[in-house]
Design a protein around this ligand. Structure first.
Ligand code: FES
Length: 107
């Protein structure tokens, strides 16, 4: 299930609701159309897998960005991150500077 115009992935893991940014760590594909089996979500694009309980990626080092959420009176409340207003070039440079591939160090 998604919220915030598809930017947030909501899932049930271990009897509780969890929320993550709805973007795969590999190339950013939306994860909400992925397949869940035995608590593991598989990205539909290139099959990277994530544990739903804590967002750990099983294919590379990294964890999905978890978003604070709570259930209040049957409603799920999620702290949705603001949409970046930086130019796309700056967003891509920021991403490239912090990207860690296969356990390598970001510089
Ligand atoms: S974008 Fe998800 S595995 Fe490639």
């Amino acid at each position: 299930m998604t919220a915030a115009e598809g930017r947030v992935l909501l899932a049930r893991a271990g009897g509780r609701i969890v929320a993550y940014r709805n973007a795969c760590l590999h190339k950013g594909a939306r994860l909400d159309t992925g397949v869940v089996r035995d608590g593991v979500l598989t990205c539909p694009a290139h099959l990277w897998r994530y544990r739903l309980d804590d967002g750990t990626c099983l294919n590379a080092e990294g964890t999905l960005e978890r978003l604070p959420c709570r259930v209040l009176d049957g409603q799920v409340e999620v702290e949705v991150p603001a949409v970046s207003t930086a130019p796309l070039r700056e967003q891509l440079l920021t991403h490239a500077r912090t990207w860690r591939r296969h356990g390598g160090e970001a510089t």
